[in-house]
Design a protein around this ligand. Structure first.
Ligand code: SAM
Length: 251
C-alpha cells in the first residue's frame, strides 16, 4: 500500500520501541484508551492486549477498514475521520489514556485541540518530533507554546526514538512525551485568549528585553516582581499572569 507523506505516515516498525511505548504509557488493565492515528495497527495491537477497551481515530480509510476487519471485537471501535474535525463531545474522554504516534505536520494542532477543549482525560502519551517536544518543555527556555501548555498541563519527556526505527525513515529523531492535565491555573483559563495575545506580543522578539515588548502594550510605568531586563524566554508562567492582569486592567 502506498503510504501518504501528507498524512505523516511514518510507521514505527521496531518492536523494542513499540513495547517500550506501551510500557511507559502506564496503561492499567482497567483503562480505556483512545489512539489517534493507528495506521497499520502496530501500537493498536499492543494497547488492546494491555487495556480494557480502545477507540481509534484514523483519517485514512484504507487503514481504518483493515483495522475494523481485523478487530471485530466489543472492546475495539474505530472512527474513520480527521481528529482535527471530529466533534470531541461525541467521544467520552473522561479518565481515558490518549495515545498516538502523531502525524508530524499536525502534532501541535492535535495537542492544542485536546488541551483547549479541557476534556477530562487521565493523561496522554504522544510520539512527536524531538524539536517540537523541546518547544513544549517547561524546564528549558520558555516559548509561547510552553507557556500556553502550562496553563493546562504538565509535560515530561520519556525517551527518544531514532529515525531508523520507522518505515519510511523520517529525517528527524522523535520523542515520547507524557501530558498530564492539572487544575493549578484554572482561574486563568477563562482568560486564555487574552493570554495568547499577551504571549504573541512578548515572544515576537524573544531575544529582546521583556521591557521592550511591554512598551508595545502600554505597560511602561507599572512595577513588576521580575527583572525587566530579562528576556521573555527567561520568564515563568506567573510572570506572564502578572503582565496579563495589568494588561487586562488597561483595556
Ligand atoms: N500508529 C502508527 C505507528 O505508530 O506506526 C502510525 C503512526 S503515523 C506517524 C500517523 C497516523 O496518523 C497515520 O496512520 C495517518 O494516516 C494518521 N493521521 C494523519 N492525520 C490524521 C488526522 N488528522 N486525524 C487522524 N489520523 C490522522
Amino acid at each position: 500500500m502506498k503510504l501518504k507523506k501528507s498524512l505523516g505516515q511514518n510507521f514505527l516498525k521496531d518492536s523494542f520501541f513499540l513495547e517500550k511505548i506501551v510500557q511507559s504509557s502506564q496503561i492499567q488493565k482497567l483503562d480505556d484508551v483512545i489512539e489517534i492515528g493507528p495506521g497499520d495497527g502496530a501500537l493498536t495491537e499492543l494497547i488492546l492486549k494491555k487495556s480494557n477497551s480502545l477507540i481509534a481515530i484514523e483519517i485514512d480509510q484504507r487503514f481504518s477498514e483493515k483495522l475494523k476487519e481485523r478487530h471485530i471485537d466489543d472492546n475495539f471501535q474505530i472512527h474513520n475521520t480527521d481528529f482535527l474535525k471530529i466533534n470531541l463531545n461525541e467521544i467520552n474522554f473522561e479518565d481515558k489514556v490518549v495515545m498516538g504516534n502523531l502525524p508530524y505536520n499536525v502534532s501541535s494542532q492535535i495537542i492544542f485541540r485536546l488541551l483547549e477543549s479541557e476534556l477530562k482525560f487521565k493523561h496522554c502519551v504522544f510520539l512527536i518530533q524531538k524539536e517540537l517536544a523541546n518547544r513544549f518543555l517547561t524546564n528549558q527556555k520558555a516559548t509561547k507554546i510552553s507557556i500556553q501548555c502550562q496553563l493546562f498541563c504538565d509535560i515530561e519527556t520519556l525517551f527518544d526514538i531514532p529515525p531508523d526505527a520507522f518505515e519510511p525513515k523520517p529525517k528527524v529523531t522523535s520523542t515520547l512525551i507524557k501530558i498530564t492535565p492539572h487544575d493549578r491555573h484554572a482561574n486563568f483559563r477563562p482568560k486564555y485568549n487574552l493570554l495568547q495575545e499577551v504571549l504573541s506580543v512578548c515572544f515576537a522578539n524573544p531575544r529582546k528585553k521583556i521591557s521592550s515588548a511591554l512598551k508595545k502594550i502600554d505597560l511602561f510605568n507599572e512595577s513588576f516582581s521580575f527583572d525587566l531586563n530579562k528576556r521573555p524566554e527567561e520568564l515563568e508562567i506567573n510572570n506572564f499572569f502578572e503582565i496579563l492582569n495589568l494588561y487586562e486592567n488597561k483595556l
